[in-house]
Design a protein around this ligand. Sequence first.
Ligand code: UDP
Ligand code: MG
Length: 344
Amino acid sequence: MTADAVARAVASGSAASAAQAGFAGAQAPRVSVVVPVYDEQTVLEALFARLYPALDALAISYEIVFVDDGSRDRSAQLLAEQFRRRPDVTRVVLFASNFGQHRAILAGFEYARGDRIVTLDADLQNPPEEIGRLLAQMDAGHDYVGTIRRLREDSWWRRTASRAMNRLRERTTRIRMTDQGCMMRAYSREIVDAINHCEELYTFVPALAWQFARNPVEIDVAHEERFAGQSKYSAYRLMRLNFDLMTAFSIVPLQMFSLAGMLLSVLSALLVFVLAARRLFLGPEEGGLFTLFAIEFLLMGLALFGIGLLGEYVGRIYQEVRRRPRYLVSAVLQDLEAPPRQAR
Ligand code: UDP
Ligand code: MG
């Protein structure tokens, strides 16, 4: 690999396509695998050892786009070493700092050239050997292949919480994903192109893709325990992610407030009427004071929750109007001359 084979670019999301120009003439690989990586030094070697043979076994042309999401450990070095070992099929996008899993995937989409794009977690929770089954569904004419984790290997509270979130999300957003948390998915080139045109900062890639899909399908895949290291999602980050998912794809939470407001106004009007009647017929009473307190607190709680929810949307609007770049790439490792790997 020559020094100029390492294209260095400082690019924002949209500028990434300019960096692609060098590939215009090259033949696109059949499939691009996009892997977001954040502090995964303990699993990367094991991932390389399984992912490359799994793709080689499919006997199709492929490329793997690793996006290092500003790792603080040795992940970026390990990816660079892997790029040196397999420059023909490896591309590495290095973020300047941590922008989150979904933005890392979006960056991977900008750089991916394949006519089918598969996303995969780096921690080997999604077995790379399943990629062939996803692609078989695309051969059958589906443009989006979602997945459901068979025997999910996660902690009890994660499973329960995500079951509840899945249900709530399906009600509010009308997006049907049986298992929103499983990121091993396959998308057609058309869907990825459509996603590349979206400029929103906070998004949830599988949900966005589902909206563009014409013929989606879901299949069961195996799920393994994280190979090493720890989950990058704390309870707080998971909650934020779910807020993004709900507010980015639906305004039902806001509409619920107008409905609740209407209902409460009617009920309070009735209450006022009852109290006035009692005052007229029974004379002055004191016993109702605490009931009134209880009602007052309930209304106050509801009002505060409503204001907070409004804040979620206003905050998002604020962040979107600033139009800051979605991510900042510090370097891209790719061999611009490498022809896509041919089928064996
Ligand atoms: N990830 C990332 N940026 C982040 C958090 C996670 O790129 O800020 C990557 C991580 O390296 C992994 C994938 O996203 O490849 C899923 O993360 P993790 O396994 O921690 O999530 P979980 O499986 O617990 O939902
Ligand atoms: Mg994981």
